[in-house]
Ligand binder design. Structure first.
Ligand code: MLC
Ligand code: AMP
Length: 510
């Protein structure tokens, strides 16, 4: 049997260019860059794999990771792949209460956390809690330094699970999307091909690495081709602007582009080496597309994906990039528009739910067979929950969402999760959480309270939610209404609320 472990493909690329720069680390404090070559990364990957093996992590075991972005975190991820373990990345903003759910659901053998997070948490029964910090300290980093390098690559079948990526559900309960080794490899190959990856590409990497955009799309494109990344710990518009002259590719969420446009030093000259700007994870407005083109001369390439599928469609590298559209299905990916009620396939121009099928589509939700069955059609198409339309040529536009989801700065926020907590608060009658246009985050989270104590306001609500909800999910505004608008079935009409509060953040900066 061939080894389908994706780590093998990545190691093969790295082995053919061991001396090439891999991670050019732009530090938060602006100190001199440190560079890891592909050989350096390989060294750490084998050591992290060795340290995890010493904790008896075996193929199929889950490793929960809630660590700051750093080269060591990349090595940890790749070490897990090598061992055949299942990597489960978590947003560092998640609170202990949120993480409790993931611990219970994923049942990991190891939980790797930053030392600050681990200190707040204390020991957890049945789980090895180890630490890793961005500067390469922590108990796992120490163990990696001492470990016997794990030089093998565990044998994996194409449909073995490589990662579980949690994505919130409409019920407020997160679902773990199981991505296989074949999913990761096929999407990485398709993307590097579609985006014409070159040997001299330098990727400017400023995305978090706990979501598919930063972890799989961006990282894999560079690693599979053994090309360098300018690796920044987080998105900071000034730092990204300063690094642009050294980069050839930038991948970001729309907020990256709107914030970069606020910096006058971003111009044609500073972008002269860049050949490709990619945007995704949230809708890019036509205004941002046009402003970016006017400023830099570049037409941003918008693509569409999700945790369950990684990338589905992309505007073309060569050919017309049409603002407001997400382009064509990627090679090997089939997309269609279906009637939400009965799955009837619709004709070009008709609006319906986007469904996809292909080697990129996940293996189902971890330990949720009913949820998995409910979101697939009998012929294997996955029902994305995004509402779209396809033209005669097959170009897809997203026009809305069937799922009650807010996307703020590229992070998904499910209203139910917040409403559940709000409704428990003393003084809150009932609540509806909506997303309305926000100039910085695309959509801003608003809590609409009805029959509530008007003395409750943003600070009080935030205090009450603190420690319970990651800060990016916290409402950016709290508003009061006499009663929530409902339809004849008694369902809250969120469209009416969104219309009523659509200008709430007009002019807000962040
Ligand atoms: C941070 N905050 C946010 C936020 N990010 N609030 C709403 N939405 C967000 N996205 C809050 C913090 O909680 C904090 O609140 C305050 O804003 C400042 O925090 P910060 O850490 O300084 O924010 P900043 O670094 O400016 O982050 C903004 C950002 C970041 C846009 C750079 O959110 C980001 O990197 N987003 C990318 C998300 C991403 O990678 N998505 C891909 C998902 S994969 P307070 O009150 O504590 O001060 C996917 C599939 C696909 O969707 O197709 O790719
Ligand atoms: P996540 O579950 O975090 O992976 O988020 C996936 C969701 O992000 C998709 O279902 C879409 O709703 C949204 N999304 C991703 N890319 C785009 C895009 N280019 N335009 C609009 N929405 C997008």
């Amino acid at each position: 049997m061939n080894n389908a472990n994706f780590a093998l493909a990545l190691a093969t690329a790295a082995d053919s260019h061991p001396h090439r720069d891999c991670l050019i680390i732009d530090r938060d404090d602006g100190s001199a860059h440190e560079t890891w070559s592909y050989a350096d990364l390989g060294h750490w990957v084998q050591r992290f794999a060795g340290a995890l093996a010493a904790l008896e992590v075996a193929p199929g075991d889950r490793v929960l990771s809630q660590v700051e972005k750093s080269p060591f975190a990349v090595a940890l991820y790749l070490g897990c792949l090598r061992l055949g373990a299942v990597y489960v990345p978590l947003n560092t903003a998640y609170t202990a209460e949120e993480v409790d759910y993931f611990l219970g659901d994923a049942e990991p053998r190891v939980y790797v956390a930053s030392s600050a997070i681990a200190a707040r948490r204390g020991p957890i029964e049945g789980v090895h809690v180890v630490t890793l910090d961005a500067d390469g300290t922590g108990t796992l980093a120490d163990a990696a330094r001492r470990a016997e390098p794990f030089t093998g690559i565990e044998l994996r079948r194409p449909d073995d699970i490589a990662a579980i990526v949690y994505t919130s559900g409409t019920t407020g309960r997160s679902k773990g999307a199981m991505l296989t080794h074949a999913n990761l490899e096929s999407n990485a190959r398709v993307l590097t091909d579609a985006w014409g990856w070159r040997d001299d590409d330098v990727l400017l990497h400023a995305l978090p690495i706990f979501h598919v955009h930063g972890l799989f799309v961006a990282l894999h494109c560079a690693l599979l081709n053994a090309t360098p990344m300018i690796f920044q710990p987080r998105f900071d518009a000034a730092r990204v602007a300063a690094a642009l002259p050294r980069a050839t590719v930038l991948m970001g969420v729309p907020t990256f582009y709107t914030r970069l446009l606020e910096r006058p030093e971003v111009n044609r000259e500073s972008c002269r080496r860049v050949r490709l700007f990619v945007s995704g994870s949230a809708p890019l407005t036509e205004a941002t597309f046009a402003a970016w083109e006017a400023r830099t001369g570049h037409r941003i390439l918008e693509r569409y994906g999700m945790s369950e599928t990684m990338m589905n469609t992309s505007n073309p590298l060569h050919g017309e990039r049409v603002p407001g559209t997400v382009g064509f299905p990627l090679p090997g990916v089939e997309a269609r528009i279906a009637a939400p009620e009965d799955g009837r396939v619709l004709r070009p121009g008709e609006v319906g739910v986007i469904e996809v099928r292909g080697p990129n589509v996940f293996a189902g939700y971890w330990r949720m067979p009913e949820k998995t069955a409910a979101e697939f059609r009998p012929d294997g198409f996955f029902i994305t929950g995004d509402i779209g339309v396809m033209d005669e040529a097959g170009r897809v536009s997203i026009v809305g969402r069937a799922k009650d989801l807010i996307i703020s700065g590229g992070y998904n926020v499910y209203p139910k999760e917040i409403e559940r907590l709000l409704d428990e608060l003393p003084g809150v009658g009932e609540s509806a959480v909506i997303g309305v246009p926000h100039p910085d985050f695309g959509e801003g989270v608003v809590a609409v309270l009805a029959a509530s104590d008007p003395a409750i306001d943003l600070p009080a609500v935030r205090r009450a939610l603190e420690g319970r909800l990651a800060s990016f999910k916290q409402p950016k505004a709290v508003v009061h209404v006499d009663a929530l608008p409902r339809n004849a079935m008694g369902k809250v009409q969120k469209n009416a609320l969104r219309a009523q509060f659509q200008n709430l953040f007009a002019g807000a900066v962040s």
